[in-house]
Design a binder for this molecule. Structure first.
Ligand code: SF4
Length: 339
């Protein structure tokens, strides 16, 4: 189900904008869809009230938590099963954050990622993306949503932006707490520019991983062919337009992108930019052949970048102790018979 179709159905049942908003807000809050007191000012039309139980069942059927894997760091990975039994992962993050998936599988094929291994299986509908927030909110508050789970949001742009729009308008999430993540795609920048004067303007995270174009083409083999300088330039324009710094993502791979040449490259690209560099030590996946740098190396890179004027943070990938990396739970579930 798409959000636009859901809105259309409510309208056809006679819902006015206030009624529509009320139903959507109840869904987004993870509350039961009930008609509410008859005396309420925005009392729902009879046809809408009658349709609510069936609608609630349909929305509930979009996604369910198949299994939950708490991490020692307070995060938790959710393996989410969709109506057609395909599976994606969501991650409950610290400080009321949630990481959601936007596709089943992914076509970018990053060499270090389990999700990229199988290619793209299908797109998530806009309502399926939002349903992950609803499932999470049934467990704990969600005040920030990052679109950084399985999939490349740029490859499912309309549905991702429909989800962002709904969460920003009716979901009680501030714009800077809606973080769209991409490997970099002109279509994302074009879309963001079209939103510059709009009501809902998300923050942007850009997966850089290297400043060397040849290495980038190897690591992210099917990412769009777009120069790294152009990526940073367009991202910077969005940071200035939105008022939120760009979160650069750098999966730290031992012996691959943790060297002095990369530090020079980062300084050249990001010095003076409205940006935060997030170094994320790789969470090793058996069989993919990449290693996590030791703590000292990661710390040294952090300190060097700071010293050279780049605002840098050393992040952990949430829930590393529970089959941690993006796609690992799903990969395991698809080879393990269902309980
Ligand atoms: Fe796709 Fe992200 Fe995995 Fe790359 S890291 S293959 S973009 S899911």
């Amino acid at each position: 189900m798409q959000i636009a179709a859901l809105r259309q159905r409510l309208r056809e049942l006679g819902a006015k904008p206030a009624h529509e908003a009320r139903v959507l807000r109840a869904w987004l809050a993870g509350q039961p869809l009930t008609a509410g007191p008859r005396q309420a000012e925005d009392v729902l039309p009879l046809a809408v009230r009658d349709a609510l139980p069936a609608l609630a069942a349909e929305l509930d059927a979009l996604a369910r938590v198949r299994s939950q894997h708490p991490g020692a760091d307070g995060s938790a990975r959710l393996l989410v099963e969709l109506a057609d039994r395909q599976m994606v992962e969501s991650v409950l993050l610290l400080k009321d954050g949630l990481c959601v998936s936007t596709q089943v599988g992914c076509a970018v094929g990053c060499r270090f990622c389990m999700t990229g291994r199988d290619g793209l299986l299908r797109q998530l509908g806009s309502a399926e993306i939002v349903a992950q927030v609803v499932l999470a909110r049934r467990q704990r508050p969600v005040k920030k949503v990052v679109f950084m789970g399985m999939g490349e949001p740029a490859h499912n742009l309309d549905n991702v932006f429909a989800a962002i729009d709904l969460l920003g308008r009716e979901g009680g999430i501030g714009h800077k707490n809606l973080v769209l993540s991409t490997v970099g795609d002109r279509r994302v920048f074009d879309k963001l520019e079209s939103l510059a004067a709009g009501d809902v303007r998300p923050a942007l995270a850009l997966s850089l991983h290297t400043t060397d174009p040849e290495l980038r083409a190897q690591l992210l083999p099917r990412a769009p062919q777009i120069g790294i300088d152009e990526l940073v330039e367009r991202a910077e324009a969005w940071a200035r337009a939105s008022g939120y710094p760009i979160q650069y993502q750098w999966t730290l791979l031992a012996g691959v992108n943790d060297n002095a040449a990369e530090i020079d490259g980062i300084v050249r690209l990001l010095k003076g930019k409205y940006a935060v560099m997030n170094l994320i030590p790789y969470n090793e996946n058996e069989g993919l052949g990449y290693r996590r740098p030791d703590r000292e190396r990661a710390g040294e890179m952090l300190r060097t970048l700071h010293r050279r004027g780049i605002l840098t943070k050393l992040r952990t990938s949430a829930g590393q102790d529970v089959d941690g990396g993006c796609g690992q739970l799903r990969a395991r579930a698809t080879v393990t018979p269902a309980e």
